[in-house]
Write a protein that binds this ligand. Structure first.
Ligand SMILES: [Zn+2]
Ligand SMILES: [Zn+2]
Length: 197
């Protein structure tokens, strides 16, 4: 988390692996692969490194084991650095701005994935709402209450969970706020008709 990193604008990008349709948010550096692709590539290179440098890896591990105070020292240094940073108002302002940008990009990414035809659109038939502020993620099977109770409490958290799960198909859809409401009204009306009063 260097200062320079915060000055770059995060971007929504497509994965560079052939045949991979994933998108990801690039915050800094030169990443060109989505997380699953990057992880599988990393795994391969780590394996290579591990077999080539067995001896020195063991040496480093022993050093940690024999001298636990090293960990404390490093942690203390890191905490001091972060404390200093949080006192820097300019840095905090930039961080908040950037966090807001990242949240926005995450929302765009998830809602595009579940939009009509993979576009940022409400999934209701004939609806053309594409304003990001009016769009929401809808639980197709109406199990949002249970989902929220199990930890997906806020919008941002749901988006993060959905992304981590690799965008499960058929579970969610993008709906505008009006059609979210309409769906709920229709559901309640059907319940009422079932009961007969
Ligand atoms: Zn990929
Ligand atoms: Zn709509």
């Amino acid at each position: 988390m260097s200062r320079k990193c915060y000055e770059k604008k995060p971007l929504l990008r497509k994965c560079a692996t052939e045949g991979c349709l994933n998108t990801f948010v690039r915050t800094c550096g030169r990443h060109i692969y989505c997380r699953p692709c990057a992880e599988s590539r990393d795994k391969k290179s780590h394996e290579k490194y591990r077999t080539a440098n067995k001896k020195s890896i063991k040496l480093g591990k022993d050093r940690w084991r024999l001298d636990p105070s090293r960990r404390e020292k490093l942690l203390k240094r890191y905490r001091n650095l972060m404390n200093k940073k949080y006192k820097d108002l300019e840095w905090r302002k930039k961080k908040n701005q950037r966090d807001a940008e990242l949240k926005h990009l995450l929302k765009v990414e998830v809602l595009t994935r579940y939009g009509k035809g993979g576009v940022l659109l409400c999934c209701w038939r004939g609806c053309a709402v594409s304003d990001i502020d009016c769009l929401t993620l809808d639980h197709v099977r109406n199990n949002g209450k249970e989902h929220r109770a199990s930890g997906a409490s806020s919008g941002c958290r749901i988006y993060r969970i959905v992304k981590r799960e690799g965008f499960p198909k058929g579970e969610y859809q993008t709906l505008c706020a009006s059609h979210q409401l309409k769906k709920e009204i229709k559901r309640r009306r059907a319940l009422r008709l079932d009961r007969g009063w």
